[in-house]
Design a protein around this ligand. Sequence first.
Ligand SMILES: [Fe+2]
Ligand SMILES: [Fe+2]
Length: 165
Amino acid sequence: MASMNRSDPVILGHVLAEHRDLFHLMHSVQSRLAMAGLPGLPGPPSPESRADLLESLHHLREHLGDHFAQEELGGFLEEAMTRIPRLSAAVRSIVAQHPSLLAELDRVIDQLTIVEKSGEGAAGAKSWSAAVHAFEAFAAHMAAHERSENAVVQEGYNEDLGLVE
Ligand SMILES: [Fe+2]
Ligand SMILES: [Fe+2]
């Protein structure tokens, strides 16, 4: 269509690259979580692996904050909405998820801080498992969020290109 311009594949490629970066950061937290909590360990993981994990979480938090801010500034979501106005409601509900996702990640970080204070015994093990579950829930919400974002962008571009009915 006439509204297509040469920057479109660049925008779409940028979105996908950003989501790949986020996926890698999520994965690095997940593998640290898995390594830190090897089965058979009596309590929470060692202070070293907790510190390492916390660092990867802070890194993810920083990146995610920037990523969301960038999406909210306009760019691909706005672009999809302009092209296909009926996507507006979907875009608005996607953007509205950002603050709660960030708050959820902040709670995972807080939860790990509680592990620090709970010591090495049963209380430590319990708060460690709460932190692991909190991150798993966050990861599931995050994956659903990125999936709906990719779908909106894909729909916006495909329809505009006449690739769908
Ligand atoms: Fe987003
Ligand atoms: Fe995103």
